[in-house]
Design a protein around this ligand. Structure first.
Ligand SMILES: Cc1ncc(COP(=O)(O)O)c(C=O)c1O
Length: 388
């Protein structure tokens, strides 16, 4: 590949751009993970994560990707053959369902069109039908990274309460945590699933669970086999600041820095920044007269936007051109959306000028790829940013 000067634009919806401050925090000699300095690190990151999750429950961090944290949520709380209600909001919800099936759970997979989030009324009817209360968990992806649709978790909680159903509520916040408002305790979530490489602005490599007291109590009698993911072993050693195995020390240095940065900015300001950049992105897409994949404005995602390519135009060929000409990576269409959409990541360490550059690369790319569109998206987004 020819030399490209300047910085690469990593505008996929995770992994996101890692701020220099976090890179520097990780570029330190690895310390003894059984020594006193390490224990302080553990205490600080677990406390900080609880603040991000908005919970007084328990947080655990694994050396893993997000899928590991999915598996942890299931194996710690369920037994072979348990029923679980899941919703087909997109590629990632489908993948999580596949994990549940492989683990021997019986999944009720509520169908969806990959353009809408979870309908709380549908959740309520499914739970009302379950008179014997045999459904043990309801599992929802908060922000579907494959579609740019954010489900309303508080609404799902209310639906469960209206149905007076005791199932656990599990939420994947992999592309919403520290980008889109989320409140584990207030929304009565029992298990939160997250990971490092999105709103937390870290490289991939850490998975996490937020655990309610109810989930912890249920885990005592859950019978799915577990070893590496076992909450009990983890929580018991975390109490003294240690792990049941070698933790990802330098990623935890990075996590400590990330949590400090989020605190300095203020979590509500972080959410506001994402909302504004998400809206500016949609202003551009509308000015281009291209179609958003998300069909419900109440469910627009603040962390990414999925854009449908006009019929007959290949989204992957467009992305390839943008990468070659402008050194920018955009997200691809996943599963049945392959070639049909491109995704713009606007989460993590991101600001107005980075968005202007991102949209500029897309607008030039659309022209070069001879995609039918209207010019002026970048200008419309800039006007929006200047006015808000
Ligand atoms: C919503 C969601 N869930 C789960 C995953 C899987 O996470 P990982 O690839 O880190 O295992 C992703 C990855 O992008 C995701 O966006």
């Amino acid at each position: 590949m020819a030399h490209q000067s300047g910085r690469h634009f990593l505008q996929i919806p995770g992994p996101t751009n890692v701020p220099d401050r976090i890179l520097r925090a990780m570029a330190k000699p690895t310390i003894d993970h059984r020594g006193p300095e390490f224990a302080q690190l553990t205490f600080e990151v677990l406390e900080g994560l609880k603040q991000i999750l908005k919970t007084s429950g328990t947080a655990v961090v694994y050396p893993s990707s997000g899928i590991g944290a999915w598996e942890a949520s299931l194996v710690n709380t369920l037994s072979p053959g348990d029923r679980i209600l899941m919703f087909e909001t997109g590629f990632f919800a489908t993948q999580w369902k596949n994990v549940a099936v492989r683990l021997g759970l019986e999944v009720d997979f509520f169908p969806g069109d990959w353009r809408h989030g979870v309908d709380p009324n549908a959740a309520e009817s499914k739970l009302m039908e379950d008179r014997k209360q045999s459904i043990k968990a309801v599992a929802v992806v908060h922000n579907e990274t494959s579609t740019g649709v954010t489900s309303r978790i508080a609404g799902v909680r209310q639906a469960m309460d209206r149905a007076k159903h005791p199932a656990l509520l599990m939420v994947d916040t992999i592309s919403s945590l520290a980008s889109i408002d989320y409140s584990q305790d207030e929304w009565g979530v029992d298990v939160t699933i997250g990971c490092s490489q999105k709103g937390l602005m870290l490289p991939p490599g850490l998975g996490l669970n937020g655990i309610s007291e109810k989930a912890l109590a249920v885990s005592k009698s859950a019978k799915l086999p577990r070893s590496y993911w076992d909450w009990e072993a983890m929580i018991s050693l975390n109490r003294s600041g240690f792990f049941p195995y070698t933790p990802a020390t330098n990623l935890l240095f990075g996590l400590r820095e990330s949590l400090r940065m989020l605190k300095e900015e203020g979590l509500e300001n972080v959410f506001g920044r994402h909302r504004r950049l998400g809206e500016a992105t949609r202003v551009a897409v509308k000015a281009w007269e291209l179609e958003l994949l998300c069909q419900n404005p109440e469910e627009y995602s603040s962390s990414l936007t999925a854009v449908l390519m006009p019929q007959g135009y290949d989204a992957d060929a467009f992305r390839k051109l943008v990468l070659a000409r402008f050194n920018m990576s955009l997200g691809n269409g996943l599963g049945k959306l392959a070639g049909k959409v491109f995704r713009i990541g606007h989460l993590g360490d991101f600001n107005d000028l980075m968005l202007a550059g991102t949209l500029g690369g897309i607008e030039m790319g659309l022209s070069l790829a001879k995609v039918p569109f209207s010019k002026g998206g970048v200008m419309a987004a800039m006007d929006y940013l200047a006015a808000h």
